[in-house]
Write a protein that binds this ligand. Structure first.
Ligand SMILES: Nc1ncnc2c1ncn2[C@@H]1O[C@H](COP(=O)(O)OP(=O)(O)OP(=O)(O)O)[C@@H](O)[C@H]1O
Ligand SMILES: [Mg+2]
Length: 453
């Protein structure tokens, strides 16, 4: 089926020329001498391109353009203008004209415009195809919060390497979001419609983990009543997420190395060599280099896994993200528990910023969840937070220390956790800033705290 075009021009010579030029470019062309007829023709003929003169008796080119695009926003309208109507031509572009041509028009100009149009169409089509290939919830960053530079760089790296089949090692302390990033790697890859399978390498004994990963044949061991497919087979066409890889027993490490090297493995008790088509993402909060040193982790496997390491910063390294994470969790728990909390007080936020966070984002999530559940009003206060304490400096009610010493430890601890903001610390402690200053002054004079404090 040939492509269709409509030419609208009141000047018969000009019209004839345009019709000819388009026919040369293999268009099936219909023509109209005025805007009204033109619009009616467009409706009937359903072309992909309209060439219209700007100055027309009755309805002018801009009006034609508006009328046509209202019916079909995909329609490309090219406006022809003579000298002196350039302003109106600008207006036409604003109203969505694809292009405009200055009269008198040469055949080369027409060709050029058509070429441009084709290029643009192709691009649009590719974009559409790309979007269509994404799942309905196309947001690969779903539920991942953070604006910290280091964190963003880690996410960008993840996004960049997601499309490849390269093995990725996600590193970071406990609770920093490694599993979240593994999910992102899957969603942002071409395997997104395939399975995402997680195996916790720390949770199973050596033999159970082996058969879990590689499957087993019937009768391979006592209790193997049925043949079972392993996770490597189940993850075919998708992603296999090997969590806590640092805990993987050494026998399994050897088998894994072989899969990474040539994609081959056998089921436990099986003789047939199978090929794996799973993309491997591994995660660890352990220092694998240490593991190598003490012989717990195979060095050759480490190099295979560590091709693209993605390191996630600890929460202490991204304190600037705490407010955004807090808001995220407020909304999350509001949705999940119907909690009434909508915000946190300034002091509570200061306390959260100053805390230690050995458990990172997971710990923050837990504290926020608890706070959302126990908060009485819309604002979460200091009293609703059960913060992680620095174990060594935690004031403990030990028998044998004086009340005054206890007080001193509590005050110093609070000051430290608020970044030495006396106003905040005083509010948390329920005393005035002046009381706090006075106490510090006394302790300083008695040499109980450092002079600069
Ligand atoms: N950037 C983030 N935005 C929102 N939520 C996050 C973020 N990072 C982590 N979380 C949340 O914190 C919790 C812990 O994250 P995740 O399980 O991915 O951590 P992990 O690094 O795998 O921890 P572990 O080493 O203990 O397995 C999850 O509930 C996760 O949704
Ligand atoms: Mg994890």
């Amino acid at each position: 089926m040939s492509r269709r075009a409509v030419v609208i021009d009141d000047d018969p010579l000009s019209r004839e020329f345009l019709v000819e030029a388009l026919r040369t470019s293999a268009f099936h062309v219909e023509e109209a001498p005025c805007g009204e007829d033109g619009v009616a023709l467009v409706e009937r003929f359903d072309p992909e391109i309209v060439l219209t003169d700007l100055r027309l008796p009755g309805m002018d080119g801009v009006e034609v353009l508006r009328a046509c695009r209202e019916r079909n926003p995909e329609l490309s309208v090219i406006v022809l203008t003579a000298f002196g109507t350039v302003e109106r031509a600008v207006e036409a572009m604003k109203a969505g004209a694809e292009d405009f041509l200055l009269k008198p028009v040469s055949p080369e100009q027409i060709e050029l415009v058509l070429g441009r149009l084709d290029g643009r169409r192709r691009l649009e089509k590719e974009n559409r195809a790309m979007k269509a290939s994404l799942p309905a919830d196309a947001d690969v960053f779903r539920d991942i919060v953070g604006g910290n530079r280091q964190f963003i760089e880690a996410l960008q790296l993840a996004e960049r390497v997601a499309a490849s089949d390269a093995t990725i090692l996600v590193r970071g302390d406990s609770g920093t979001g490694k599993e979240l990033v593994a999910g992102l790697l899957h969603r942002a890859s071409g395997r997104r419609s395939g399975p995402f399978i997680r195996v916790n390498c720390a949770a199973l004994t050596e033999s159970l983990l082996t058969s879990e990963l590689f499957g087993h044949e019937k009768g391979a061991f006592t209790g193997a009543h049925q043949k079972k497919e392993g996770r490597f087979e189940l993850a075919s066409g998708g992603t296999l997420f090997l969590d806590e890889i640092g805990e993987m027993p050494s026998e399994v490490q050897g088998r894994l190395l072989r899969v990474l090297e040539n994609g081959e493995f056998e089921r436990v008790g099986g003789t047939k060599t199978l090929k794996s088509d799973a993309r491997i993402v591994a995660a660890t909060n352990r220092d694998l280099e240490d593991g190598i040193e003490c012989g717990r982790f195979r060095e050759d496997l480490f190099y295979r896994l560590n091709v693209v390491p993605i390191r996630l910063p600890s929460l202490r390294e991204r304190i600037d993200d705490i407010p955004a994470l807090v808001s995220h969790f407020l909304v999350k728990f509001q949705r999940e528990h119907g909690s009434v909390a909508r915000s946190v007080s300034t002091e509570a936020l200061a306390l959260l910023r100053g805390a230690d966070w050995p458990g990172n984002v997971r710990e923050l999530a837990n504290i926020m969840e608890r706070a959302c559940l126990i908060a009485k009003g819309e604002t979460i206060g200091v009293q609703d937070l059960t913060l992680p304490q620095r174990r060594s400096k935690q004031p403990t009610a030990t028998v044998g220390i004086t009340l005054e010493e206890m007080e001193r430890q509590l005050i110093l601890g609070t000051l430290e956790s608020t970044g030495w903001n006396r106003t905040h610390a005083a509010r948390i402690l329920g005393v005035t800033a002046r009381t706090l200053s006075n106490k510090l002054k006394v302790w300083r004079a008695r040499g109980l705290v450092k002079a600069e404090m």
